[in-house]
Ligand binder design. Structure first.
Ligand code: ZN
Length: 279
């Protein structure tokens, strides 16, 4: 006798189901399943059509798709606007909302945080010294929720764990590691007097500036060892590929920056990370 749960488990493709399910692909496949069922219903008989429909829906349920290769087909033939309708997946990393791409580097340079060295942007030595002094002060490695609240300009911060918080009762924010969080809390104290209107900036704008500064660090805010920044192309079944940027400490292995940038070589994050030549 066929053990049906086992057969289903073997057919299952976790890569395309559950959290990874691609809704544009699922929708396209359901439509194809119906078309196939109607075709068979007319050409053969109604019960055969109904059976085909049931089998199609079951396959889409466990495998994520019916027609092999749909992920690629969807990316190629569905217009970007149609894909956007489905695209509700949360992106990791900060989004640039009101700080425009060019402004990020310009603001950091004007504030004395960054300086141009040749083609690339580096942390200014004076800012780095002040930042490191703050990082080595007592308690800096474990910021309190109140310090996080003040850094973000929020009214209220609820602590979920060492690196995740809910601000003002709704927005969830997360840092890559406690070292990254400590870096931002100490950097914010230095950015406030350097950037006019810092207190009026929205949470996302502050986070963009802090992440931008953190991305410029060549030494780990936790242990002082060198930081390795890499860029990797992230393929998606039906969206344009994006670039994952990742900074990790070579000494303590803490992730310091993890974000997703667009593929464009003019992307401000790629520029700040100094990885445009690697791609
Ligand atoms: Zn480290």
């Amino acid at each position: 006798m066929i053990d049906s749960p086992n057969v289903l488990a073997r057919l299952e493709e976790p890569e395309y189901t559950g959290e990874n399910r691609c809704w544009p692909c699922t929708a396209v496949n359901v439509v194809l399943g119906f078309a196939l069922a109607v075709g068979l219903g007319v050409a053969v008989s109604a019960p055969v059509g109904a059976l085909a429909l049931a089998a199609s829906l079951l396959l889409i349920r466990v495998r994520g798709y019916l027609v092999p290769g749909t992920p690629t087909l969807t990316r190629r033939y569905l217009p970007e606007r149609a894909l956007e309708l489905f695209d509700k997946s949360p992106e990791t990393g900060p989004t640039i909302e009101t700080v425009s791409p060019d402004e990020l580097a310009t603001v950091l340079t004007a504030a004395g945080v960054a300086t141009a060295r040749g083609e690339s942007i580096r942390l200014s030595p004076a800012f780095e010294t002040r930042w490191d002094e703050r990082l080595s002060s007592e308690g800096a490695a474990e910021p309190s929720p109140d310090e996080v609240r003040s850094m973000l300009g929020a009214d209220e911060v609820d602590c979920l764990d060492d690196t995740s918080f809910v601000i003002d009762g709704s927005k969830r924010v997360r840092w890559e590691s406690t070292a990254a969080l400590a870096a931002d809390v100490t950097a914010a104290a230095e950015l406030r007097p350097r950037i006019d209107g810092w207190d009026d900036l929205a949470v996302d704008e502050r986070r963009d500036l802090l992440t931008g500064s953190r991305l410029l660090r060549e030494r780990c805010p936790g242990c002082g060892n060198g930081v390795r920044t890499t860029a990797e192309r992230l393929e998606h079944c039906c969206r344009r590929p994006r670039i994952g940027i990742r900074s990790v400490c070579a000494g303590c292995d803490h992730p310091l920056v993890e974000l997703v940038a667009s593929e464009s070589s003019a992307d401000p994050w790629l520029e700040l990370a100094g990885v445009t030549d690697d791609l």
